[in-house]
Design a protein around this ligand. Structure first.
Ligand SMILES: C[S@@+](CC[C@H](N)C(=O)[O-])C[C@H]1O[C@@H](n2cnc3c(N)ncnc32)[C@H](O)[C@@H]1O
Length: 215
């Protein structure tokens, strides 16, 4: 899936996106992540990339000093703007691959459910750009899905680089082949070691959360 196809898929999915947060079996994990995200950004100046409909912005903003929430799609930002926040976010349209184009000084970054959509062969460039964008010692938080049979959409295809794809239906009757990778703790740690220290990966049943400090 090209980046443009990814962008269009999420634009079409905007109105039904948060259904993913109503899966009954995931509620326990979600409450744990929500409280962790609310506390971890306390006092921080946060940049959020690929913020979508603002689901995690709600929790990240709870104790933050400020938060700038960005996404490439105006359709999801429009939904995010209808939510209530403890600290009012600044919403911007921005590409997660070019954080250097986002104005502001930040000491923390949130990337929720975006790592899985970055092709493995582009991860180094993606992390390199984030690393360059933040001063040393900045907090970066990644979280994403684990692949759980019976809960996750089954994998449909694996490409020559090891990227995995799902065929995802939308309510408008269309189906989209979407890149969705599921790195394990070792892969996550290895990918971040060049750019960060204090790497901690927590695996829940349905999700993983990684925190680190930029070098
Ligand atoms: C899986 S959703 C995650 C949304 C939100 N972070 C969450 O966890 O609920 C992926 C988001 O990435 C956005 N997106 C797609 N391509 C992007 C890009 N190149 N740069 C920034 N955001 C992008 C989509 O619009 C969508 O909102």
């Amino acid at each position: 899936m090209s980046d443009d196809a990814m962008k269009q898929y999420y634009a079409r999915r905007a109105g039904e996106y948060e259904g993913i947060y109503h899966k009954p079996e995931r509620q326990h994990d979600l409450r744990l992540l929500e409280s962790r995200i609310a506390e971890i950004f306390a006092g921080r100046i946060v940049l959020e990339i690929a913020c979508g409909t603002g689901y995690w912005t709600q929790f990240a903003s709870r104790n933050a000093l400020s938060i700038t929430a960005t996404d490439i799609n105006p359709e999801v930002i429009a939904i995010a703007k209808t939510k209530t926040y403890d600290v009012a976010p600044q919403f911007l349209i921005a590409d997660a691959y070019t954080p250097q184009d986002i104005t502001g000084n930040f000491d923390a970054l949130l990337s929720a459910f975006w790592w899985s959509h970055v092709p493995k062969q582009q991860l180094a460039e993606f992390f390199g750009n984030l690393h360059k964008r933040l001063p040393p010692g900045s907090l970066i938080v990644f979280m994403d899905n684990r692949n759980v049979e019976g809960s996750s959409t089954p994998l449909a295809f694996t490409d020559e680089s090891g990227n995995t794809f799902q065929d995802r239906p939308l309510k408008d009757g269309t189906t989209h082949r979407v890149l969705k990778n599921f790195p394990d703790s070792e892969e996550i740690t290895n990918a971040l070691t060049r750019y960060a220290t204090d790497i901690q990966v927590t695996e829940l049943e349905y999700y993983w959360l990684a925190t680190c400090l930029t070098k």
